[in-house]
Ligand binder design. Structure first.
Ligand code: NAD
Length: 293
């Protein structure tokens, strides 16, 4: 059993922290949102008054925050000044590679080991403890992080050097952003052609159009009861966060010289959806914009 500080208890961090509690770890939690913190306490975590307080005395610090600027601020102000020597730092947020490397360097200067360990699998995977973790860091840091990550996920991949977990994550999410738009277009076309949504789902989910966006996150209500489409596109994974990831992918494509025309198009469409007020909705809600509603 380890003493773990968990900072950021939103859609993903909340259920991930609950799985660490279930895995017999002692979790001290903090979030700026009082309701997110209360939910974590109901699931067995101990409440901290601040991120700094959570970090004091912890052997492992897990962060699950929205973006690079939040991770930089929490590391600079709370984590690094308060973490004892030997503390392992695990950042599970999806952030830009530069911020991941920056906080990694600060950690190393402070004599602390760190891994970037972003996840895939959505809120369903976070709740079930079946997430995929993409882990960047030294062999030693990975070996220490692995048993903790196994309490929250099922597929733990060491991607390589610090920052490489984030690189893998933005590739995955660019594919997801593109496929969600493709699935939405395919099902809207099907509706226009008079096809029954359930029957089209039965075909596509077992045919060559099958993908995660169809099988787990269908953007129309009905066939996949757990998909956000059944609850008015309540997130889930917000369109704001999807747009953030698509922009990160575009930035990385430019600096590396990779050709990603579909990724660029997906970023533009999600930008339109967010500008039209859809940012807090689940990203699958983009189907409403494509439908003209
Ligand atoms: P979220 O917005 O639901 O949760 C983020 C939490 O961080 C919020 O509760 C917020 O109050 C808290 N927070 C922000 N600043 C803070 C600070 N300074 N101190 C303490 N708490 C602070 O987001 P989420 O959906 O849980 O996503 C978290 C990260 O995981 C993001 O980087 C996202 O891209 C990534 N991700 C999300 C999903 C998904 O399906 N939701 C899937 C994979 C990866």
């Amino acid at each position: 059993m380890a003493k773990i500080a968990f900072i950021g208890l939103g859609n993903m961090g909340g259920p991930m922290a609950a799985n660490l509690v279930k895995g017999q770890h002692q979790v001290t939690a903090f979030d700026l949102s009082a309701s997110a913190l209360d939910t974590a306490v109901e699931k067995g975590a101990k409440k901290a008054a601040s991120a700094a307080e959570a970090v004091k005395g912890a052997e492992i610090v897990v962060t699950m925050l929205p973006a690079g600027k939040h991770v930089r601020a929490v590391y600079e102000n709370d984590v690094l000044p308060n973490a004892a020597k030997g503390t392992l730092l695990i950042d599970c947020s999806t952030i830009d590679v530069d911020s991941a490397r920056h906080v990694g360097e600060l950690a190393s200067k402070a004599g602390l080991e760190m891994v970037d360990a972003p996840v895939s699998g959505g809120v369903g995977g976070a709740t079930a403890g079946t997430l995929t973790f993409m882990v960047g860091g030294t062999d030693g840091a990975f070996a220490k992080a692995q048993p903790v990550l196994e309490k929250m996920g099922k597929n733990i991949v060491h991607t390589g050097a610090p920052g490489s977990g984030q690189a893998a994550k933005i590739c995955n999410n660019m594919i997801l952003g593109i496929t969600m738009i493709g699935v939405a277009e395919g099902f809207l076309l099907g509706k226009r052609l008079g096809l029954d949504v359930q029957k089209l789902f039965n075909i596509v989910s077992t045919s060559s159009g099958s993908c995660w966006a169809v099988n787990n996150y269908l953007p129309l209500p009905g066939p996949v009861p757990t998909s956000p489409a059944n609850r008015d596109y309540q997130a889930g994974f917000t369109a704001d966060n999807m747009l953030k990831d698509l922009k990160l992918a575009q930035q990385a494509a430019q600096t590396s010289g990779a050709s990603t025309p579909m990724g660029a198009e997906a970023a533009q469409l999600f930008n339109m959806f967010v500008n039209a007020g859809g940012g807090a909705k689940d990203f699958s809600g983009i189907i409403k914009m494509l439908e003209g509603k």
